[in-house]
Ligand binder design. Structure first.
Ligand code: GAP
Length: 473
């Protein structure tokens, strides 16, 4: 993780927020490469969940909503984590995590929670801990110029409720019929007690949520369908099945209104952790909004004349967590031969064997790579050659984010691109001026082929979509 965090900062994926003022815990900024990576994740999710389907439409709802929304959803009363303080070193912990780290389990009581005997502060080992108390995770703010109870509002802790409260409007305008879905990508805010593991648990993050409305009774079948769809998407963006798991909630852990829930888990370097939850939530949310708003949330089926409040399947993923998983998956240290020979997996902390050098490479799936192609004029002091390379660069950047690099030895330029995960490099050399061909280098195999400039676009398009072998194979 340390090596990855350092690369993220050095190459401009992720910075600490407000770094020049010593940062602010739980908030992160995405640099030039990080914001391209997140854009690729969002675009891929949207394409999969909305664009390629006829039964899902999009929404972009506001972050601050009427506070009644959160009363209806249960967040005002129940969106809490148990918090404990160490009276000696004054560190604050999420009680369930503090217990978990010590192989213990937080005990539930009628009044709330109790720490099991033997729990200590992980920072100073003191046993002098407060009893756990409920802490609401919603960020409070005030609307208008007065800070009083009547003007309290919240930054949304999830995007989902914006979807539920617009259910009838969208139904009316979209000509959709149940089963159909509404999707949204946007920021969410939670005042997490212990932000941790780099961006994994942040206080400001982004969600990609789908509410798929179905006929009551069809829950099990649609839930299984969406689990399968979502797992396939993770594979397509480069997370291999071997590092993904499903956590199927036992009945005892399900919310009282839910009939099923599966978490998609990824094997991070700091443990197997959740990327997405896929829940069958019954009609809890729509019913609660009907009750609190006194507006009907019913759906009328014209053909069968049935009237019902739809049930919902909710796949809910975090952009930042998926980005972190994609970064972890891509990061490799390799020993590459200086001449002929096979690439070896580097052993951490050891120098490469004789005749080898270390290469750090981000093996992103091409569709996830922030920069798709780097263009290199072999030399920078031959105007004709540079201008030809510019032509190639302009042609490619019309389609993808591309990088222009004309400084340094060509080998060093390749390495710089390897480190940020650019899957393809195009070198324009003296032969290009004679025959209009270029060299195309593949990041993973480091193999190079020669091809005419007019074959670049179709070849790269196939490789970047993932529907063809990588370009230099
Ligand atoms: N509407 C359902 C919902 O919000 P959740 O399991 O609380 O469910 C869904 O959140 C996803 O949002 C998580 O699987 C995770 O990817 C992301 N997420 C939640 N809290 C987060 C945090 N503090 N930092 C980063 N991502 C978070």
């Amino acid at each position: 993780m340390d090596a990855l965090v350092s690369l993220c900062k050095r190459r401009g994926f992720i910075f600490q927020s407000s770094e020049i003022y010593d940062g602010i815990n739980g908030f992160w900024d995405y640099g030039p490469l990080g914001c391209e990576l997140k854009r690729n994740i969002r675009d891929s999710w949207w394409r999969d969940v909305v664009q390629l389907r006829e039964d899902v439409v999009g929404l972009d709802s506001s972050i601050i909503m009427n506070p009644r929304v959160w009363e209806a959803s249960g967040h005002t009363a129940g969106f809490v984590d148990p918090m404990v303080d160490c009276r000696d070193c004054r560190k604050r912990f999420r009680a369930d995590m503090l217990c978990e780290e010590q192989g213990l389990q937080l005990e539930k009581t009628d009044q709330g929670f109790r720490l099991p005997a033997g729990t200590v502060c992980t920072a100073c080992k003191s046993k002098n801990l407060t009893e756990p108390r409920a802490f609401n995770l919603m960020f409070k703010t005030f609307i208008g110029p007065v800070e009083e109870d009547a003007s309290v509002a919240y930054l949304r802790p999830e995007t989902a409720q914006g979807i539920f409260v617009q259910f009838q409007n969208i139904l009316a305008v979209s000509r959709q019929k149940v089963p159909f879905g509404i999707a949204q990508i946007g920021k969410a805010f939670r005042n997490e007690i212990n932000p941790r593991n780099f961006t994994f648990r942040s206080r400001e993050f982004e969600q990609m949520e789908l509410e798929f409305f179905i006929k009551p009774g069809d829950d099990a079948q649609w839930h299984a369908y969406w689990v399968e769809q979502r797992m396939a998407w993770y594979n397509r963006i480069g997370l291999p099945p071997a590092r993904l798991q499903q956590y199927v909630y036992p009945q005892s852990e399900l919310a009282h209104y839910a009939s099923a829930c599966v978490d998609v888990m990824y094997e991070f370097p700091f443990g197997v952790q959740e990327l997405e939850g896929i829940a069958a939530r019954g009609n809890y949310d729509l019913s609660r909004h009907q009750e609190y708003s006194r507006k009907s949330m019913e759906y009328f089926n014209q053909e069968t004349k049935e009237r019902f409040i739809p049930h919902v399947i909710e796949p809910s993923a975090g952009v930042d967590r998926v980005a972190l998983a994609v970064l972890c998956e891509a990061y490799r240290e390799e020993w590459v031969p200086k001449g002929e020979g096979e690439t070896l997996q580097a052993e951490f902390g050891k120098p490469p064997p004789a005749g080898y050098e270390l290469r750090t490479v981000m093996r992103f799936a091409p569709a996830m790579a922030p920069i798709k192609v780097a263009v290199f004029p072999l030399v920078k002091n031959k105007p004709e050659l540079v201008s030809k390379a510019r032509e190639v660069f302009d042609m490619l950047r019309d389609v993808w984010p591309c990088f222009w690099d004309q400084t340094g030895a060509i080998g060093r330029r390749y390495r710089r691109q390897d480190e940020i995960g650019t899957p393809f490099g195009v070198t324009v050399d003296f032969d290009t001026l004679e025959d209009n061909t270029v060299t195309l280098r593949d990041r993973d195999t480091m193999r190079q082929i020669r091809l005419p400039i007019n074959e670049l676009l179709p070849r790269l398009a196939g490789a970047i979509r993932g529907s063809a072998p990588t370009a230099a194979e």
